[in-house]
Structure formats: structure tokens, C-alpha cells
Design a protein around this ligand. Structure first.
Ligand SMILES: Nc1nc2c(ncn2[C@@H]2O[C@H](COP(=O)(O)OP(=O)(O)OP(=O)(O)O)[C@@H](O)[C@H]2O)c(=O)[nH]1
Length: 444
């Protein structure tokens, strides 16, 4: 079923989530600003901690709408509502990127033309490969190149980036030049961005109808929570699966609290329902917003809290360290990162992803290198996976199901509430000093 939200005056909008990734200072926030007309509550580095550190610490959300492109005409859509997710660029904030990336239909990878591909650009490519099938590169800060040689410079850098992309799942991706904030921070507000109209046109030609469904249990990823005087507490976030309507009862599993949905808004407009892929603010009453930062909210009783889980794993090609059984990793699932001990083993892909508890699976001292680039795998307890609880079907870059796959039994240091079948990344965040190396190690 197509993704249809209610737009202005009851019109149906096609919601399309675009993640903006890239190295620190490449111009992600400036690009989001240049692209957006309507800013939502969480947008543009409003977080005071983020302003202090001068980097985007939190996911910023903003949006703009554009006409339905020719290739989607006749699909019953009045407009396309593009939600921009401005993802942070700092490597140790991989958790936040994953939290945002799980809801992203399309990735814009921002590259500073004066710097080219940088460490975190490469990391963002890895994360893009794990979480999304569609990507384009935006070559930013073109104003910093000498005008007489600009075209040649853009063409040279485009070739270089395209060459890098050849060895990834994004071979052939478009590279679009812009100057999101010509003149940089000191430029007068009257200075407008360059190349944005062209970028919107290119993006428009790439928009597709994401596979989404209102069926299945409701799961909502909360990124901000704040009080509104006289109304209650608002949780803003993105619907990961199912749908929600006014007066529905929802649960905040880690607090074991249930609440009724009092009202809802999408980009400042009241709505009665929201479904998978929608960004929405949900208002509940008698709930202290300080209790919640990032979390998952769901239909009562749906989300499991796991002390251990089995995950199909692949070693990310950039990772140089061995992944040995018994090693501890920072395991990032949704918005949470917990320490987990891995025990690796191999075996055929289980039928319906249900492990045969009577069967013996070969133990692995060390996880072998993945023969493929980056591919998708699923996590969750085997039981939940076997029950096939529906969640968003994503287009992936996954390798075809092989006879022999690798798995990890992950024992968590503290219980994690997570979506069955969610993507996880195992990393060694303590290797920050080796920032030139990718932190990604294996993911499930
Ligand atoms: N000259 C020039 N400067 C730019 C352009 N785009 C962004 N900048 C400047 O580059 C710096 C970083 O821009 P941001 O938009 O904050 O970059 P970011 O990638 O969101 O940064 P983080 O959130 O820290 O990862 C700022 O000083 C911007 O003013 C551009 O097109 N031209």
C-alpha cells in the first residue's frame, strides 16, 4: 500500500523521508535550510547542547513540499511532502545516525567540494548501504572554487566521487553541485543558495512511492518530548510500523506506562490518524516529558525487551580488526546502544527464520570477512522473528539468501527494547582515537 498522509485541506500527500548524511561541516544543516520552507519543532540545531558544540547533535527534521513528478502522476497524490532528516556528522554519534536512518527512503550524501570524500563520508556510505537503497551525492560549497575553473573542478570531483561509488551499492548515483550557503557563516541573509532548484528537480525525478502499510502493530520512534501548557505532553517522532488514531492506547514499554492519544499533528496541522513513514507529534496527558528522551512507543504489549538475541551478521569491509567470539561490542539498535557479548556460529538460513533448537550449529572462533559489500540482515529474538511480526518492508541491498550464513548470539549487558527484525550495528566506539578507521565492525 502506498504512503498517503493527509495534507492541507484533506488532500493526500506522498510522504518521502530523505536523510542528509555527510562529514562534519560539509553543510548538511545549511542544505536542509536551503531546501526547506516549513521547519518542524525539532529542526535546525535548536538543541542547546548542539549549538554549544557547534555541530548537529540531534536529528533535525524539516520539510518542504513539491509537485507530484510526472512519473507518479495518476497515483492519487496531490503533492510530495519531503521530510529532511539532518543527521549528525560526528563519528561517535553513530547511534543517532542509525536511529534516523531506519526511517529513511533516500539518502543525500553531502560532500564538501574542497575536501572530497572524508572519513565520515565513507562511514556514511557504509551506513547508507546498510539502511537504504537509494542515494545521491550533493557536492556542496562550489562557491569556494575559483569561478573561472569551477566547471572543471566540479567535473573532476564528480568523476572522483563516481569512481569511489563504483565499489559500493551506489554505483552510478548522481552527483549534484550546489552552494547551500555561499559565502559561509558571515554571508548576509540576503545571499541565496545556488543550484537548489536543480537539486529539487533531480530529487523530484528520483521520488518513488515507498512500500508502506498501515497494517501490523503500531511502533513509533520518539526523538523529542516536550510539554505544551494546557494541552499535555507531546512526543514527536516517526511511525516505524502500523498506524495510530486519536484515542488509541499506546505504551511506553521501558516505563511500562500506557497513555491515550489525545491529539496529533503533522507539520503543525491536526490529523486524526498517522501511519508508517509519517512524522507526527502525539499529545498525551499527565505524563512528565522529562521521563523520555529517545525511545520507542508501541501498541500495548507488542515490543519485546530482550536480554539476548540472535542476529544474522556480516563484517563490514572497512573494518580492520578481527571479530572474535567472546568479544564485547557496542550494539546499536534503534536509538539505543548497549554493550553486548557476541558468540559467532554458522548454519543454513533457518526456514521462516526459526532456528531448530535441536540442531547443532558450527561454532566460529572468529567471524570471517564478508564476501559481499554490505548487506542487510535481521535481528531480534528467534521467537519473534519466527512469529513474523510485520514491520516496514524495505528495499535493501541484501545479498541473495545463501545456504550458509553467519550468526551471533548477542548477550546484552542491560535489557533492550527493540523492534523484532530491526537492524543493529556492532561497533567498537572505544576506538575513537583511531578515528581514521571505521568504527563499524559487524552488523546484524
Ligand atoms: N562557503 C560556503 N560555506 C558553506 C556552504 N554551506 C555551508 N557552509 C558553511 O560550512 C559550515 C558548516 O555548515 P553546516 O551546515 O553547519 O554543516 P553540517 O554538515 O550541518 O555540520 P555538522 O552539523 O557540524 O556536522 C558553516 O560555517 C556554513 O556556513 C557553502 O555552500 N559555501
Amino acid at each position: 500500500m502506498a504512503a498517503k498522509g493527509k495534507g492541507e485541506g484533506g488532500r493526500r500527500s506522498l510522504n518521502f523521508n530523505v536523510g542528509i548524511l555527510g562529514h562534519i561541516d560539509s553543510g548538511k544543516t545549511s542544505l536542509a535550510k536551503a531546501l526547506s520552507s516549513v521547519a518542524s519543532t525539532a529542526s535546525f540545531d535548536k538543541n542547546p547542547q548542539s549549538r554549544e558544540r557547534g555541530i548537529t547533535l540531534d536529528l533535525g527534521f524539516s520539510s518542504f513540499s513539491m509537485p507530484v513528478p510526472a512519473h507518479l502522476e495518476g497515483g492519487g497524490y496531490e503533492d510530495v511532502q519531503v521530510t529532511l532528516v539532518d543527521c549528525p556528522g560526528h563519528a561517535s554519534l553513530i547511534r543517532t545516525i542509525i536511529g534516523g536512518a531506519q526511517i529513511i527512503d533516500f539518502v543525500i550524501l553531502v560532500v564538501d567540494i574542497t575536501k572530497g570524500i572524508q572519513t565520515q563520508t565513507a562511514e556514511c556510505l557504509v551506513i547508507g548501504e546498510i539502511t537504504c537503497s537509494h542515494l545521491m551525492v550533493v557536492l556542496n560549497k562550489t562557491d569556494l572554487t575559483e569561478e573561472s575553473k569551477r566547471d572543471a573542478h566540479i567535473s573532476k570531483m564528480t568523476k572522483r566521487i563516481s569512481k569511489t561509488l563504483e565499489s559500493t551499492a551506489f554505483s552510478g548515483a548522481l552527483v549534484v553541485p550546489v552552494a547551500a550557503k555561499p559565502g559561509g557563516p558571515d554571508a548576509p541573509p540576503s545571499q541565496t543558495a545556488h543550484g537548489i532548484d536543480n537539486l529539487v528537480q533531480v530529487l523530484s525525478s528520483k521520488v518513488f512511492v515507498p512500500e508502506r502499510s498501515a497494517s501490523g502493530p503500531f511502533v513509533f520512534s520518539v526523538d523529542h518530548c516536550f510539554p505544551i501548557r494546557g494541552q499535555g505532553t507531546v512526543m514527536t517522532g516517526t511511525v516505524l510500523s502500523g498506524s495510530v488514531a486519536l484515542n488509541d492506547t499506546i505504551e511506553i514499554p521501558f516505563l511500562k506506562v500506557t497513555k491515550k492519544v489525545k491529539s496529533m499533528q503533522m507539520f503543525h496541522k491536526p490529523v486524526q490518524t498517522a501511519m508508517q513513514g509519517d512524522r507526527v507529534g502525539i499529545c498525551v496527558t499527565q505524563f512528565d516529558p522529562k521521563q523520555v528522551e529517545r525511545c520507542l512507543v508501541a501498541a500495548p504489549g507488542y515490543l519485546p525487551t530482550l536480554e539476548a538475541g540472535i542476529a544474522q551478521v556480516h563484517k563490514v569491509s572497512y573494518h580492520k580488526f578481527p571479530c572474535t567470539t567472546g568479544a564485547k561490542f557496542h550494539v546499536t539498535i534503534g536509538h539505543e546502544t548497549v554493550m553486548g557479548k557476541a558468540t559467532f556460529f554458522s548454519g543454513p538460513l533457518p526456514v521462516n527464520r526459526e532456528f531448530d533448537l535441536e540442531a547443532e550449529y558450527p561454532f566460529l572462533e572468529e567471524l570471517p570477512d564478508s564476501k559481499t559489500k554490505v548487506a542487510e540482515a535481521k535481528a531480534g529474538s528467534d521467537k519473534e522473528a519466527a512469529e513474523g511480526h510485520g514491520h516496514r518492508e524495505r528495499e535493501t541491498n541484501s545479498e541473495p539468501a545463501t545456504q550458509e550464513s553467519h550468526y551471533a548470539l548477542l548477550e546484552f549487558e542491560k535489557p533492550v527494547t527493540c523492534l523484532p527484525d530491526s537492524i543493529a550495528i556492532g561497533s567498537r566506539l572505544d576506538t575513537d582515537v583511531h578515528i581514521h578507521r571505521s568504527h563499524c565492525c559487524s552488523y546484524t
